[in-house]
Write a protein of this length. Structure first.
Length: 168
């Protein structure tokens, strides 16, 4: 039996990245941070498993209410590794199409040119229902504001990426 999951769909990945960049109130976002946020858009029930500090502990109860899917999943780190390949293909395609800026990506950041998107895509982003969810607001407003690197950074808190060897 064939089953579909958006983790393997580059078009769905493009849409998720566009939604995230549309809702994050920063012009550029670290590529590693965006990849982690994208992971949690796919698997929002896993947000509650991250390490919470005192400043974001208030969100933990809300995040535990996100329903857990029936499917059996491998470890989050393994899923992140698999998703990383699709994310890399997706961002390179977005750069080739002029949607994402190459110079920003070379410096480890993502900047989207929303003006080049067709009106229909902008309308689909505006109509997307997951953008109204509390967990999504947590990702785009709170988690994205935390430092990415080092102990207690997003990489450390989520356990999805190695942080110990990052340059300061």
């Amino acid at each position: 039996m064939l089953t579909y999951h958006p983790i393997h769909d580059p078009s769905h990945c493009t849409f998720r990245l566009l939604c995230l960049m549309n809702d994050i109130e920063q012009d550029e976002v670290s590529w590693d941070c965006l990849k982690i946020l994208d992971f949690y858009v796919l698997f929002p029930h896993l947000i509650a498993a991250m390490k919470f500090s005192k400043e974001i502990l208030e969100f933990k109860a809300m995040l535990k209410q996100v329903p857990t899917p029936y499917e059996s999943l491998p470890s989050p780190a393994r899923l992140m590794f698999e998703l990383g390949e699709i994310q890399e293909q997706t961002i390179k395609s977005m750069i080739a199409k002029g949607i994402a800026e190459k110079d920003s990506f070379v410096s480890g950041k993502v900047k989207i040119r929303f003006a080049v998107l067709p009106k229909k895509i902008r309308e689909l982003i505006a109509a997307e229902k997951f953008r109204q969810e509390d967990w999504y607001q947590f990702l785009t407003e709170t988690l994205v504001q935390l430092p990415l690197k080092g102990p207690n950074g997003i990489k450390d808190r989520t356990g999805l990426m190695e942080y110990r060897y990052d340059a300061a």
